[in-house]
Design a protein around this ligand. Structure first.
Ligand code: NAP
Length: 333
């Protein structure tokens, strides 16, 4: 018998999630049935959609029930198998949920190739909600070109560092927006940004004007609200504004603040496009190949912030919303 420890939602958060919105339960897992595998969950991806799914029926990405493991994508290792598709020791990707162990039908899981990268990279640089999202937004929607001036918000986060690096690989001049000196320094020294601006000190609009004197050609937005407005005021003629997400809004989805400066779009013959990564699923294989090549030859760095233990799951989600990490935020349960 294997015991799994699960992080479950005990009450729906009102605004910023709190540790007390979650509790931990232990469960004895059943014997494996034909076609099933027992997994030790190795890493969980801490994603913004988890926050929006904690809300009631109006949740942006759907809603999750109380008293069941919180929905989370993850990678796991097969510890026991009654399937011919997977063997003990195989690494797999799937909707693991916030728990230490789980039983799944093997056919619901993707077997991972660990030749070039460790399994957890399939949550980060090669992850659908991270590297592939950055690719869909920057390359497919933003159509970044050599010589473009590109600005990325929440640039020091998981999607942000990938978006910055993909834009650099395309030959753009890249400016990251992030909270605080440490993150701005990290963007310039580690991620290769040409400049970085701290939205938490001073006037962001003025800082963007100084950093982008000829205007912004591509704005990749992870934040929304006031940050989006400041960027809109600085777009160049024919700019592409890519709405990847709006994390500044997710704690209060009933009162989303839209950009009052949206008339800069017609004024400057610009366009604004939003996307969900799954819309580009037919390009995932190509995206993975290009990103893997970039990792192997050193053009793409894969910064990670890993919190240990399933008990760290609620705190990690709070960290995602408040910015206490750089790069991909993971929990190793
Ligand atoms: N379109 C899609 O298909 C898709 C798929 C996956 C993710 N996304 C979106 O991608 C975005 C980034 O997700 P991620 O997983 O990579 O998270 P992340 O960037 O690693 O973490 C979120 C960051 O947002 C910043 N932030 C939080 N509240 C903010 C506020 N009020 N104003 C400004 N910045 C704030 C924090 O950084 P600072 O310290 O710099 O404030 C924090 O580190 C999210 O909006 C998410 O919804 C979209």
């Amino acid at each position: 018998m294997t015991t799994s420890v699960k992080a479950v939602l005990s009450s729906r958060p009102d605004g910023q999630p709190k540790e007390s919105d979650f509790k931990f339960v232990e469960e004895e897992l059943a014997e494996l049935e034909e076609g099933q595998v027992l997994l030790k969950v190795e890493h969980l991806s801490i994603d913004a959609f988890i926050r929006t799914m904690l809300d009631g029926p109006q949740g942006l990405h759907g809603t999750m029930d109380l008293d069941v493991p919180v929905m989370a994508l993850g990678v796991g290792r097969v510890v026991d198998s009654r399937s011919e598709e997977l063997n003990q020791g195989d690494a797999v990707f799937g909707p693991m949920g916030a728990q230490t162990h789980v039983i799944y039908p093997a056919n619901m899981l993707r077997k991972l190739d660990e030749t070039d990268v460790p399994a957890r990279t399939y949550l980060g640089a090669l992850g659908m909600t991270t590297g592939l999202t950055a690719y869909a937004g920057m390359i497919c929607c933003g159509k970044v070109e050599e010589g473009d001036t590109v600005v990325v918000s929440a640039a020091a986060g998981a999607v942000g560092v990938m978006a910055c690096q993909l834009a650099k690989m395309a030959g753009a001049r890249v400016i990251g927006i992030a909270g605080g000196d440490e993150k701005c320094e990290f963007l310039k020294s580690e991620i290769g940004c040409d400049d970085a601006v701290d939205y938490k000190s001073g006037d962001l609009n003025e800082k963007l004007k100084a950093a982008c004197p000829d205007g912004i050609n591509v704005f990749f937005d992870n934040v929304g609200g006031a940050v989006l407005n400041a960027a809109l005021d600085n777009i160049a003629k024919c700019a592409r504004v890519v709405i990847c997400g709006a994390i500044s809004q997710y704690n209060d989805m009933e009162h989303v603040t839209g950009p009052s400066l949206y008339l800069r779009i017609p004024e400057r013959n610009a366009s604004m496009i939003g996307f969900t990564v799954d819309h580009y699923a037919d390009q995932f294989e190509k995206m993975e190949q290009e990103i893997t090549a970039g990792i192997k030859d050193g053009r793409i760095k894969v910064p990670e912030h890993i919190e240990e233990g399933i008990e760290s799951f609620p705190g990690a989600l709070i960290k995602l919303m408040t910015g206490g990490h750089m790069g991909k935020l993971l929990v190793a349960p």
